[in-house]
Design a binder for this molecule. Structure first.
Ligand SMILES: [Zn+2]
Length: 132
């Protein structure tokens, strides 16, 4: 391990904010960066990072530490991204649920099942706000 990388070697996370820290390319197996997860069609699945890799960016003068978080591959979940066809179908279904069968109006809300029509149509037949 090159000498400058030693300061990034901190498996217990004492020096780098509590997260186990490894130099770039020295991270243990079973961990992956978000970018690596994405390449595998995975996402962190709501889990926080379990470690981080650090490396030095820049030249001899004014270099900076770079950090990438590492996620547990075993906890990763398949990324669920709806394709355009799925999104269109979902949108259509939602529009249908917001369309009043009586007046054909697309409302800003889902048609209440108990009325089966929009509130404008249902209103005259129900005593809105009336004290029973
Ligand atoms: Zn209506």
């Amino acid at each position: 391990m090159p000498r400058y990388q030693l300061r990034y070697y901190d498996p217990d996370g004492h020096r780098h904010g509590g997260l186990p820290t490894f130099p770039w390319r020295f991270a243990p197996e079973g961990l992956a960066t978000r970018r690596q997860l994405r390449a595998l069609g995975l996402c962190p699945g709501g889990h926080p990072p379990v470690a981080q890799v650090m490396w030095r960016r820049g030249g001899r003068n004014g270099h900076r530490d770079s950090v990438a978080y590492l996620y547990d591959l075993a906890a990763a979940r398949p990324k669920r991204t709806a394709g355009p066809a799925v999104r269109a179908a979902l949108g259509k279904a939602m529009t249908a649920r917001r369309t009043c069968p009586s007046c054909g109006q697309v409302c800003g809300y889902v048609i209440p099942r108990r009325y089966g029509e929009c509130l404008d149509c249902a209103q005259p037949r129900h005593t809105w706000g009336a004290v029973a």
